[in-house]
Design a protein around this ligand. Sequence first.
Ligand code: ADP
Ligand code: MG
Length: 340
Amino acid sequence: MLTRCISTGTTVWSTIRRALAIVALWVVPAVAAERIEALEPHMGTMFRIVLYADDPGRAHEAIRAAFDRVATLDSELSDYISDSELNRICVDAVGRDVAVSDDLFTVLSASQALAVRSDGAFDVTQGPVIRLWRAARQSHQLPGAEEIAAALKLTGYGKLHLGAHTVRLDMTGMRLDLGAIAKGYAADEGLRVLRERGFPQALVAASGDLAFGEAPPGKAGWDIGVEPVHAAGEGFAKVLQLHNAAASTSGDTEQFAEIDGVRYSHIVNPKTGTGLTMRVGVTVIAGKGIDSDGLSTAASVICGQSGVAAALVLIEKAGARGIVVVEEGGQWKKYESPVR
Ligand code: ADP
Ligand code: MG
């Protein structure tokens, strides 16, 4: 009896204590999360991190770690850094299987899968052709037909073989270029680091490739303006609210060569070895940046090869959403995947 009384008394007291604790939680004002923003140059562009935190000191450490992760990825995936892992395998992996880092394997696996799904419109073995058009942007001279033919002989995603964490290339002189997919993956990875360090309400933007975590405090998502710059002022501006998603835009607004009155994009058509001349801008919204980045470039190529409808099919089959702005008969038109 005594035991029961004591035990009942304890239960009542702990219930009161719990009730007080709950009341305390209600009355103690929540510490307002501060918006913190940081910029740093990586991968030939400006990376931007925005996050909400109630501990700015720890937030700055997390931002440092996220940028460091992006720098590591650059040293693995860049075709500009001469001793990057990517450039080293272009020499070491000719005719033999070479073990590669998890990052390189992840990005090459996603690239090869997209190459198959896009029937070669997306092709990371286009390095030799891409280099010709990079030089054309500097010299304002078109590459010669023989030069393009010689470069094309060194390309083709079927000449790149992935094994169990290994890479093999068929020919000397092949060059891999991850410019259409690495930034999206880097945005994903930057966001992952921020989440792991306790900052899920964050975004990582690598110019046109953005990865979004949880929504900012009190909001349903991050507002992003999808203004097809091609058709700026044409009334196509659109604001989306995204969280736990990624968005990428590809187009010829920033990098192109204008030669003899024709505008050649930095995106090449692997079937012809030429820069795209069709004026098109593609935004893709997907779960991950590695997918939105690759798909937006692949869809740009397909718009030129087979038309907008085929490009949207590729995007939607991948479970993503596309917004395509294209010049048709001197007029800008917008095509969009249905919102599900
Ligand atoms: P941005 O680099 O402006 O974000 P993209 O994501 O579309 O734009 O990537 C363009 C880059 O992709 C080019 O600069 C080149 O390095 C590479 N690239 C060009 N054409 C192709 C292609 N058909 N398949 C894969 N990568 C490509
Ligand atoms: Mg891309």
